[in-house]
Design a protein around this ligand. Structure first.
Ligand code: GDP
Ligand code: MG
Length: 434
């Protein structure tokens, strides 16, 4: 995988509780023609510092590079013995290099039978619980990565503890609110990934053991704090799917040898086998989970709209209330629907026969009326978050955007007419000469 790609900051934290979206780089990445209109699958890994998140993601990268690309030898994706592990920077013991959220600069296109071509994005999170970042920063990184991902892998060390569940509280509240307003679960998949699981005789490694452990952990008991009982009761209102996977210890070289470079030869074979299992579970085309909001597929370009709104909410100084998060989602959702409708209009107005030649103005006006009607209907019919009165502002904005677009088209058409007028005398002169 020796290529020029790297993890680039999606969000950086320039000062205490300040979050800045790397807009220029993201636009370059997410608005590329080949991916912008594809359904997006965002796979994120979040959790405490120094627990093997980036290390794990680099194997996800290997899978994506081999399986989604042109490579033919399909089963060798895991790599060769001795091959150093590269990708998102991972390290033993040294302090973190950056804080925030990183996005891999290569977006993968995977063909699925359910959703056609899907754009797969890998996200790494950093600086969580490492003593340096504030609680708010950690909560923000965790929240934004959850809000924008279709699969959030919650990376935990050794077990699922009470406070691991407590960190989900913001989502539980958000999930309850979103569900009561929309009747739907806001997020797709949460995967608890337990590293260094050391009780395989109680619950075996992998997804089945994970399911058993998760069921046990999510049971409510009378002696639990009310808050924790609530989280347990309500967590299912947030995610369509909640799974757990138990990973074995990777071996001493991985855990404590400063010279370890990620070589497979130094990784415990059971760990390697389970790693393959885990990655297939998340990454094979049939298992890819597409990001949806309000049941509707989110495209790569929509993701940018959501990110802008979310970062704005988290920049308000304190952790947002679930209500503000919900508003941000509803706004981004309506903005995306309006942008799609405007696209529909513009596409319809640039049909062959209109694109490069002068068109009779009445004919153009007819096309405009029809295209506008189709676009407005597309917006109205699209299931959106919020009442019709909430969407009204976005509808009006769409209408004025369409009219502005029409004016531009009219002006361009008029210019072509002038050009045509200029050509007539030239033709006449030519005729006269000949
Ligand atoms: P991150 O901060 O969570 O992204 O952690 P890194 O991916 O940078 O890894 C930190 C250290 O943990 C590295 O030295 C890895 O070799 C090691 N490591 C990776 N996976 C595991 C694991 O499953 N268990 C243990 N004990 N160490 C791991
Ligand atoms: Mg890391």
């Amino acid at each position: 995988m020796a290529d020029h790609h790297s993890g680039i900051p999606l969000i950086s934290i320039p000062g205490p509780n300040k979050f800045s979206l790397n807009e220029t780089a993201l636009e370059r990445l997410l608005l590329r023609k080949e991916v912008k209109d594809l359904p997006v699958a965002v796979i994120s890994v979040a959790g405490a510092f120094n627990k093997g998140k980036s290390f794990l993601l680099d194997f996800f990268l290997r899978y994506a590079n081999h399986q989604y690309g042109e490579a033919v030898e399909r089963d060798i994706w895991i790599g060769n013995d001795g091959e150093p592990l590269i990708g998102f920077p991972w390290s033993g013991g040294s302090s973190r290099s950056t804080t925030g959220i990183l996005i891999w600069s290569k977006l993968f296109v995977c063909t699925t039978s359910k959703n056609g071509n899907v754009c797969v994005i890998l996200i790494d999170t950093q600086g969580i619980f490492d003593g340096e970042s504030t609680v708010q920063e950690w909560a923000t990184v965790f929240a934004i990565s959850t809000m924008i991902s279709s699969v959030q892998i919650y990376n935990l060390s050794q077990n699922i503890q009470e406070d691991d569940l407590q960190h989900l509280e913001l989502f539980i509240e958000y999930g309850r609110l979103a569900q009561s307003k929309t009747g739907r679960k806001p997020f797709q998949k949460l995967l608890f990934l337990v590293r260094d699981w050391s009780y395989p005789y109680e619950h075996g490694y992998g997804a089945i053991g994970g399911k058993e452990l998760l069921e046990k952990r999510l049971k409510t008991k009378d002696d639990q704090h009310v808050e924790l009982q609530n989280i347990r009761r309500n967590i299912k209102s947030c995610f369509e799917q909640i799974d757990c996977f138990l990973m074995p210890h990777p071996g001493l070289k991985v855990a404590s040898d400063p010279m370890f470079n990620g070589s497979l030869a130094d990784i415990d074979p059971i760990f390697r086998a389970k790693l393959k299992e885990l990655i297939r579970l998340v990454m094979t085309p049939a298992n890819l989970v597409v990001k949806r909001v309000h049941g509707e597929v989110v495209t790569t370009k929509d993701l940018l709209t959501y990110l802008k709104k979310y970062v704005a909410v988290f920049n308000s100084g304190k952790l947002p209330e679930p209500k503000s998060l919900f508003m941000a989602t509803a706004e981004a959702n309506n903005l995306s629907a309006a942008a799609d409708a405007l696209d529909t209009y513009n596409k319809s107005m640039s049909q062959p026969g209109v694109r490069r030649v002068y068109v009779n103005e009445t004919k153009l006006r007819d096309l405009h009326v029809r295209s506008k009607e189709t676009a407005m209907q597309a917006f109205i019919k699209k299931p959106k978050i919020g009442s019709p009165s909430f969407s009204e502002v976005y509808k009006q904005k769409l209408e004025s955007d369409i009219e502005r677009s029409y004016k531009l088209i009219l002006a361009t058409n008029e210019n072509r007419n002038i050009f045509a007028l200029l050509l007539i005398p030239a033709k006449l002169i030519l005729l006269a000469i000949l």
